[in-house]
Design a protein around this ligand. Structure first.
Ligand code: 6PG
Length: 245
């Protein structure tokens, strides 16, 4: 499907637009299904978006929240993606605990990844080797074009079969747990929220550079055959000046 880009002068506007789109997708799903599934990423960019999303008039009791990735730290650690979401989305939106499918990153990374994949299999009632189709997945992107916790050079960028894995991010000297490309591509909707001038070069490479997801991991969703629609919500700093040609 297509990858459409929406650019906003201010990061706040991009975050609000991304939240509005995400809320609209969830409302649409809940209009015809008993529950909806949302997988979110971490990092600093999405905090404001989560706050906007928490204010949306959604029946959160019917939304099941999952993570795209998590740092291998306990949920109380300031680096925890769960902790950030708990503060900006889960608590304000009053998402029921039974709907929160946290990656138990306090476990050894491999064990955490296996437990998370098992929980996903159970929730989605997957057959062996079947991948989950999330209704909507939120991704960010690093200045090195990484997405999820799939950093340049990570061999699992070429894995289209498994659900989740533990990875070691050498440049951060950090273990992480991440969903894998097959799951990101299978989502019905993917929204990227990317902001800041430090992301501009990576964005250009992702969209205009050679297709090389090992080098530019975000391409694996943006240009790598996502089954659903992929929307990018960008601020002007990341998108670059308006092309006046
Ligand atoms: C994480 C994220 C990661 C993030 C990018 C961008 O755990 O850090 O899931 O993929 O989206 O690193 O992070 P910033 O928003 O902090 O730039």
């Amino acid at each position: 499907m297509s990858a459409r880009r929406y650019v906003y002068d201010a990061p706040e506007a991009a975050a609000q637009a991304c939240a509005k789109n995400t809320a609209g997708v969830l409302e649409g799903i809940l209009a015809r299904a008993p529950a909806a599934t949302l997988a979110i990423s971490g990092g600093s960019t999405p905090r404001r978006m989560f706050e906007f999303l928490a204010g949306a008039a959604i029946d959160w009791a019917r939304v099941h929240l999952f993570w795209v990735d998590e740092r291998a730290v306990p949920p109380s650690d300031p680096q925890s993606n769960y902790l950030a979401a708990e503060q900006t989305l889960i608590r304000p939106a009053r998402i029921p605990p039974e709907n929160v499918h946290r990656i138990r990153a306090e476990l050894p990374p491999e064990e955490a990844a296996t437990a998370y994949a098992d929980e996903i299999r159970e929730y989605f009632r997957l057959k062996p080797d079947e991948l989950p189709a999330f209704d909507i997945v939120h991704c960010g992107m690093g200045a090195d074009a990484h997405t999820a916790s799939l950093f340049p050079g990570e061999p699992l960028i070429e894995d289209g079969a498994k659900i989740a894995a533990a990875v070691y991010v050498k440049k951060l000297a950090q273990h992480r747990i991440t969903l894998l490309p097959g799951v990101l591509r299978k989502a019905a909707h993917v929204v990227f929220l990317v902001g800041g001038e430090d992301k501009r070069a990576a964005l250009r490479a992702v969209f205009e550079g050679p297709y090389d997801p090992l080098e530019y991991p975000a391409q694996l969703v943006a240009r790598g055959g996502a089954e659903g629609d992929v929307l990018w919500f960008l601020d002007r700093a990341a998108a670059g000046p308006v092309d006046k040609r």
